[in-house]
Ligand binder design. Structure first.
Ligand SMILES: O=C(O)c1cccc(C(=O)CC[C@H]2O[C@@H](n3cnc4c(=O)[nH]cnc43)[C@H](O)[C@@H]2O)c1
Length: 237
């Protein structure tokens, strides 16, 4: 489970009662919880897609070299929600993890932007396993939809509208999912992204943030997600 910052990691950890083992690796330190036969490693991977990719890759590589590769990587944390579809305090499970600003400004293009794939490079979407998205959303009472990864937090209604026009199925934006997903894809490991909405995507208004509510939703969500992950690992994978 890769969050951006320690406060998010600790919100996830509250869903796993019992002591954690601290695992120090080159470049990253994990909090490890064992739940029956399942091992959950929690990682505060850093803010933004580059830090998230680098830290997640370090954990994945260490696990692979030890002969205990991960079965799933989960990107988790707070997010901005597109209103009114993703209200504050609600949970969103990503059915697509999209790099929303990876590309080139192109005044001749229909909306003035070309994704990096149109330039002949890379990918801009990662797709979590459909069955897992469906089961997780049902168990959590979450909505499934697109989660955008951005390097710049949206701060205006105009930018929010541009993103929504480009990505009409997006429910939320955050800053790490695509980086985590790129690291997971390099290892052939499936990925999931779970976000708790702390603020609306749009004009900057710190008074409107509900970070405490979002962290509480994250804890509750992971309490319900763990059994889903365990049965999905056993039967669907
Ligand atoms: O200063 C601001 O205006 C501002 C607005 C929203 C979020 C921030 C952050 O520094 C938090 C970034 C952190 O949290 C995730 N996050 C939460 N809300 C959003 C959002 O609306 N857009 C993008 N990322 C968001 C993100 O994944 C980072 O880890 C500052």
């Amino acid at each position: 489970m890769a969050t951006a910052v320690a406060v998010e990691r600790d919100a996830v950890a509250r869903a796993f009662p019992g002591p954690a083992e601290e695992v120090r690796l080159p470049a990253v330190t994990l909090r490890r919880y064992n739940r029956g036969p399942c091992r959950y490693d929690l990682l505060a991977a850093g803010v933004g897609p580059a830090a998230a990719a680098s830290s997640t890759a370090a954990a994945l590589t260490a696990a692979a070299l030890r002969g205990t590769p991960y079965g799933l990587v989960v990107s988790a944390g707070i997010a901005g929600g597109f209103q009114p579809d993703a209200p504050l305090g609600s949970l969103v499970v990503a059915d697509a993890i999209t790099a929303a600003d990876l590309g080139a400004e192109a005044p001749g293009a229909p909306d003035g932007f070309l994704p990096v794939t149109e330039l002949g490079f890379g990918v801009v979407h990662h797709r979590p396993p459909e069955s897992l998205v469906r089961e997780a959303a049902a168990a959590l009472g979450a909505r499934a939809g697109g989660v955008l990864t951005v390097s710049t937090v949206t701060g205006s209604a105009e930018r929010a509208a541009v993103l929504r026009t480009r990505h009409p199925l997006a429910l939320a934006e955050a800053m790490e999912g695509f980086g985590v997903a790129e690291a997971a894809a390099a290892h052939g490991t499936p990925v999931l992204e779970l976000r708790a909405v702390s603020n609306p995507v749009g004009p900057r208004d710190r008074a409107a943030w509900r970070i405490g509510d979002a962290l509480a939703a994250l804890t509750e969500g992971f309490g319900k997600l763990a059994p889903v992950l365990e049965s999905w690992n056993t039967y669907d994978h």
